[in-house]
Design a protein around this ligand. Structure first.
Ligand code: NAD
Length: 434
């Protein structure tokens, strides 16, 4: 049993704290958002993440998980302190480290015994040393501390499973003993644990996300070529994936990546590279292809409707991916704005991202279900591959629409079947039907 504090109760911090508590540790989760902490104390979680609420409640009841806004309460009572605050995109594409800086200062000011500070946030290479420097400058005594980098690889929507069954745990530190102490926490997970230096650990996170984003942009570029040449990118991806060197993951062509990680992390890595005299040409192409994909969806609508002015467009799926309510950098947000700018009336439906949609697109009407969304639409655009969209009564949808046009930004339907049902259907990279 270890005494752990987790700073920041977002997707990563709350899942980390709750899972460590579930593994038998005593965890204090801290956030500066007092309202969030009040709700968490009652077992109400601020995000949609399957299984999390039940796990939070169970660990609160067992007395292993508590919540606070007070660093004075959290730090003196913990031996290992995880920083899991946000690192959003800054003005020039660099990662904005103001929350990490605030957290490091706050820890330093109340530190009264030796602690290990673990950076779980995704932070630019060199941040571990910078955090050590901040703590050294702000601590009020000479108690020792160690900084460890422990990047997180969980995916929203599958966060608990990912946390408890990681492909690997990466730990970086200048102090092997400190890294070993953090490694102890992960031993029950029986995952490979890699111990390396601070900067290498920080880079592993960026390189991993950039590689996954590259796979998506790669298959999306292939999709554009397929569309011109009459090939079907879905079949192409299956055929490629059988090659063990390639594999099937992350080869789904569509409207591109979004979310709180890939866009900002690819940008931050390119920024870091350029700052140090490198020419990140591949990363730039990855971002450019991703941006173009969103615009391509709107171009498909223009091609089919002549003019978007006065037309009603229904967005089916608003979250950046299924099983989450997160709409940060979701393609739906940009596409909604682009359609509206051209005079279209835009409405949307998502089974979960309702509150987040109200905040991200306050002007947009939200339908109660996919059928209400379809009513009077000149076109529907599918932007999230929620499972429930794969089993809709499409005949009913077609009858409710003003024009039977579907642009499938996630390739969840088959062009031939859609044609048989009487739809004018456009997927992404689906050959002559595309
Ligand atoms: P988030 O925005 O959901 O949550 C961050 C939380 O930190 C917020 O609740 C905020 O109030 C709190 N906070 C900010 N400053 C604070 C401070 N000084 N003291 C205490 N709390 C503070 O962020 P997230 O999605 O959980 O991401 C956190 C980090 O993990 C980021 O660096 C992100 O890139 C990385 N990451 C995210 C994911 C993901 O899927 N979301 C996956 C892997 C890594």
């Amino acid at each position: 049993m270890k005494r752990i504090a987790v700073i920041g109760t977002g997707y990563v911090g709350l899942v980390t704290g709750t899972c460590f508590a579930d593994l038998g540790n005593r965890v204090i989760c801290l956030d500066i958002d007092a309202e969030k902490i009040e709700r968490l104390k009652q077992g109400i979680i601020p995000i949609y993440e399957p299984g999390l609420e039940e796990m939070v409640r169970r660990n609160i009841q067992a007395g292993r998980l508590t919540f606070t806004t007070s660093y004075e309460e959290a730090i003196p009572n913990s031996d290992i302190v995880f920083i899991a605050v946000g690192t959003p995109e800054g003005v020039d594409g660099e990662a904005d480290l103001k929350y990490v800086e605030m957290a490091a200062k706050s820890i330093a000011e109340v530190m009264d015994h030796p602690i290990i500070i673990v950076n779980k946030s995704t932070v630019p290479v060199g941040t571990g040393d910078w955090v050590a420097d901040i703590v050294n400058r702000h601590k009020k005594n000479d108690v020792p501390f160690w900084v460890v980098s422990n990047p997180e690889f969980l995916r929203e929507g599958n966060a608990i499973q990912d946390f408890l069954n990681p492909d690997r745990v990466v730990l970086g530190s200048t102090d092997r003993e400190a890294a070993e102490q953090v490694a102890q926490l992960y031993l029950p997970l029986r995952a490979p644990i890699m111990v390396t230096d601070l900067r290498t650990a920080e880079m592993i996170k960026y390189a991993s996300n950039a590689f996954l984003a590259t796979r998506i942009s790669f298959i999306n570029e292939i999709a554009s070529i397929c569309e011109k040449l009459g090939a079907d990118v879905k079949e192409v991806a299956i055929g490629m994936g059988y090659d063990k060197r390639i594999g099937h993951h992350f080869l789904d062509a569509g409207v591109g990546y979004g979310g709180s990680c890939f866009p900002k992390d690819v940008k931050a890595l390119a920024h870091m590279a350029a700052l140090h005299g490198c020419h990140p040409q591949l990363l730039r192409a990855v971002m450019e292809i991703n941006r173009d994909k969103r615009r391509e969806v709107v171009q498909k609508l223009r091609d089919l409707l002549d003019d978007l002015n006065g037309k009603t467009i229904g967005l089916l799926g608003l979250a950046f991916k299924p099983n989450t309510d997160d709409m940060r950098e979701a393609p739906s947000v940009e596409i909604a704005h682009l359609c509206r700018r051209e005079g279209a009336y835009v409405k949307g439906y998502d089974p979960v991202a309702k509150e987040t949609a109200r905040k991200a697109l306050p002007w947009m009407e939200q339908a109660a279900d996919p059928y209400e969304l379809a009513k009077g639409c000149d076109a529907i655009v599918i932007l999230t591959e929620w499972n429930e969209f794969k089993h809709l009564d499409l005949k009913r949808i077609r009858e409710l629409m003003r024009q039977p046009i579907i642009v499938d930004g996630r390739n969840i339907y088959e062009p031939e079947q859609m044609a048989e049902l009487g739809f004018v259907y456009r997927g992404m990279g689906r050959g002559y039907n595309g």
